[in-house]
Design a protein around this ligand. Structure first.
Ligand SMILES: [Zn+2]
Ligand SMILES: [Zn+2]
Length: 265
């Protein structure tokens, strides 16, 4: 099974200490890392989490000599209202194969911090989903909408509760389609945080709106989670008649058939 995992982190992200070499040993195929960019990172007392692009590119260029062209460059853009300009400035002049777009935090807290758990889930959804819509509206260059459920990971949201927000969620999905982005199946969200049913509901809406482009990402921060539960996610996609995932090189999409990622291959 040759996994193409389009969402993972190495030691170029502050919350991971995994090396490229470990991932390269672990999986035989193309490796794309999607490192964090979070200005005013609430998990780091407001310090900016900036990918050291020079060092990152130099490391990848060097490794691509020993592991011929196996590594691609990626970034996970953490959107906030306040950091919009700084994100744009950071991205100017830098080349990535894939840009993920995420909403992790407000100006006050990250949605995985304990303070969020004390809030009413409806209030959290009313705050988080509009931020998601704003992010996909304002970031035309991004390729993948990552973990749409990040803001509600701390809650047990039912499908019925999610359906209560379907107007805005369908607007988000429509933007993903209009901007030719891919919708991410985040397998840690699905199988670690238990949000499979929410993803099924989103895919159902997405397909009904005409969405075809999906991305598979584990959000691994170590090799233990690389390609996490991909077989299950692939089976789920096939149920919806989706037979390939969208992968990006120099931000250009191509389709990778799911059959290539199955055990027999
Ligand atoms: Zn993320
Ligand atoms: Zn991530």
């Amino acid at each position: 099974m040759t996994v193409y995992d389009q969402h993972m982190h190495t030691l170029f992200s502050p919350d991971s200490s995994e090396t490229f070499e470990e991932y390269l040993k672990h999986s035989p195929g193309v490796l794309v890392t999607t490192e964090h960019l979070d200005f005013n990172d609430r998990f780091r007392e407001g310090k900016d989490t900036l990918l050291d692009y020079e060092q990152y590119s130099a490391t990848i260029d060097q490794l691509n000599e020993s592991y011929p062209n196996r590594i691609r460059k990626g970034i996970e853009i953490g959107y906030t209202k306040e950091s919009y300009e700084r994100i744009q400035n950071y991205l100017t002049g830098k080349e990535f194969d894939v840009q993920l777009l995420s909403v992790h935090q407000t100006n006050e807290y990250d949605f995985l911090q304990p303070i969020v758990k004390e809030k009413d889930v409806q209030d959290v959804m009313d705050e988080y989903f509009p931020l998601l819509l704003e992010a996909v509206t304002r970031f035309p260059t991004a390729n993948v909408l990552a973990h749409f459920d990040y803001g509600i990971r701390l809650f047990n949201v039912s499908v019925a509760e999610l359906q209560g927000h379907q107007t805005i969620l369908k607007q988000v999905l429509q933007k993903v389609i209009d901007k030719q982005m891919a919708f991410e199946l985040n397998t840690r969200s699905m199988y670690q945080y238990g949000n499979v049913a929410l993803y099924e509901q989103m895919i159902d809406w997405y397909v009904a709106l005409g969405g075809k482009s999906v991305s598979l990402g584990s959000d691994a921060h170590s090799t233990d989670y690389y390609g996490y539960h991909f077989e299950d996610a692939i089976a789920l996609l096939e149920k919806y008649g989706i037979s390939s995932v969208t992968v990006f090189e120099k931000q250009q999409p191509t389709q990778l058939p799911l059959s290539k990622m199955k055990k027999s291959n």
